[in-house]
Ligand binder design. Structure first.
Ligand SMILES: [Zn+2]
Length: 250
């Protein structure tokens, strides 16, 4: 809790990133959450890893070690055999109770426009998971609007566009996508406070959520929402209620 608000950070990572060399443990994440007052975090594997099963196991072990503090997401290279991809997502759901599937087009090299990516969205839907899609760096595959096609094809799937287009440049594209697709949600990480106000002119707070992405961003990303001059109801939605509606509150 911070300033009377329950805080759900919808974008954090546990594991080892092959592409950036970053290593982040559950203990480091929990220490940062406790320092700032974050109640719960969505823990996502990094997109390029040595062993995706081991990364999922590490997140599952952390969820068990810190009851109520973490939710889990699966993230898998989509170019492994499709059956293996589907089996691993099902394992994450059935054995570990993961609530989301992450798709990272910048490093996973496939466009949501291509039929070859349909199974990613279908796998999330079949497992009752939300799909978190990275947007911003890595365009054109990471362009927010390419996800409008999947959002229309799978109207029961909740799609969270992480980073809202990755800053101001693609923000209009993210706003258009969410405006036309009611099952598209926006994670406000990387935006400036004025951008958040701009989003709110078009998209209700019931479809917006906060995320830090990396440990060193926690203060800036969460204070940016806490300090804005917004009605308490909107802050509650952005800081926890939208995430609980999308990922579950248990
Ligand atoms: Zn991230």
């Amino acid at each position: 809790m911070k300033d009377g608000y329950y805080l759900y950070d919808t974008h954090t990572h546990i594991g080892h990133a092959r592409h950036s060399g970053r290593r982040q443990t559950a203990e480091q994440l929990l220490r940062e959450m406790d320092r700032f007052g974050v109640d719960k975090s969505m823990a996502i594997p990094f997109p390029v890893v040595d062993d995706y099963r081991a990364q999922h196991n590490e997140i599952a072990a952390a969820i068990a070690r810190y009851p109520g503090r973490l939710a889990g997401a699966a993230c898998i290279n989509p170019f492994i055999p499709e059956a293996d991809y589907r089996d691993e997502v099902r394992r994450c759901r059935e054995e570990f109770g993961f609530r989301a599937l992450k798709f990272q087009p910048q490093y996973q090299g496939v466009s949501a426009l291509w039929t070859q990516s349909n199974f990613i969205f279908e796998t999330a839907l079949e497992n009752g998971m939300a799909l978190i899609a990275h947007t911003g760096s890595g365009i054109p595959h990471a362009l927010p609007s390419v996800f409008m096609f999947a959002a229309r094809r799978y109207p029961d799937l909740k799609i969270v566009l992480a980073h809202c287009g990755g800053g101001g440049l693609l923000l209009p594209d993210a706003i258009v996508a969410a405006s036309f697709c009611p099952n598209i949600y926006l994670d406000l990480s990387t935006l400036m406070p004025n951008h958040v106000l701009e989003v709110l002119q078009h998209i209700p707070a019931s479809r917006l959520m906060a995320g830090s992405d990396l440990l060193e961003n926690t203060d800036v990303e969460l204070l940016k929402i806490l300090l804005l001059d917004l009605p308490a109801e909107q802050k509650r939605q952005i800081l926890s209620e939208t995430a609980q509606a999308v990922f579950g509150s248990e």
